[in-house]
Design a protein around this ligand. Structure first.
Ligand code: PGA
Length: 254
């Protein structure tokens, strides 16, 4: 069973030429990276089909966005089927930036999960509490609520295509990381919740990633947590050298 994953999220950054250059550097060094870590990248959507065709099968592709509907008169939307037809493997769903700024409600998150799983597109489901919730000690309650609603109607078999990313909002892009202990505790909580909601085998097989100011200098300490299976990396994924260090830190062969 391979749970270790490092996924990069470029967000709204890089030109197509910068993206090509990054892929070139990654591909050149791919063989020297630990082979017990799955490597994923989420470039801006317009580049996906092209980059998929430039890459080896070792590099998996993630869309930062996916529609909550099937195809039809929905200007600007792109469906899970379309992404699958372009060779995309996963979609990020429920990222806090989309929840906060683009009206991605729990109902929409749940619909996106359903559309993706039905189309054979894997899901990286993001959850995370804000600072006020953390200060009030209510983070587990919030995460439980987010997972419960996002995974409504999902069965244990479908969980094989779901990755969970725990991203405390106060740690995203702020330079302030959760401590290794805070991450370890929350990941343990999430795994126990999956065991309760589904079963213990499903919980064991599910990858739970940490996201939020993860970088080469702190990745190894965060990934050392028993239930921390890797990371969702924003800022530090833009530079291929930083990203490679984080991939090395996620290997169990350390
Ligand atoms: P960050 O972003 O690593 O830049 O904090 C993480 C994310 O939003 O996935």
């Amino acid at each position: 069973m391979m749970r270790n994953i490092v996924a990069g999220n470029w967000k709204s950054n890089k030109s197509i030429n910068d993206a090509r250059e990054w892929i070139g550097v990654m591909e050149r060094d791919m063989d020297s990276l630990p082979d017990d870590v799955k490597v994923m990248i989420a470039p801006p959507a317009p580049y996906l089909a092209l980059l998929v065709n430039l890459s080896s099968s070792r590099l998996l592709y993630v869309s930062q966005q996916v529609s909550a509907t099937q195809s039809g008169p929905f200007t600007g939307e792109f469906t899970a089927e379309m992404l699958v037809s372009c060779g995309v493997d996963y979609a990020l769903i429920g990222h806090s930036e989309r929840r906060a700024s683009y009206g991605e409600t729990e109902e929409i998150v749940c619909k996106k999960v359903r559309c993706s799983l039905d189309a054979g597109l894997g899901v990286i489901l993001c959850c995370g509490e804000n600072l006020e919730t953390r200060d009030n000690g209510e983070q587990e309650k919030v995460i439980r609520g987010q997972l419960l609603s996002a995974l409504e109607g999902v069965n244990a078999l479908e969980m094989e295509d779901v990755i969970i990313a725990y991203e405390p909002i106060w740690a995203i892009g702020t330079g302030r990381t959760a401590t290794a202990e805070q991450a370890a505790l929350m990941h343990k909580f999430i795994r126990e919740w999956i065991a309760m909601r589904f079963d213990s085998e499903t919980a064991l097989k599910t990858s739970i990633l940490y996201g939020g100011s993860c970088k080469p200098s702190n990745a190894a300490a965060i990934f050392a947590g028993e239930d921390v299976d890797g990371g969702l990396i924003g800022g530090a994924s833009l530079n291929p050298e930083d990203f490679k260090s984080i991939i090395r830190a996620a290997s169990s062969e350390l």
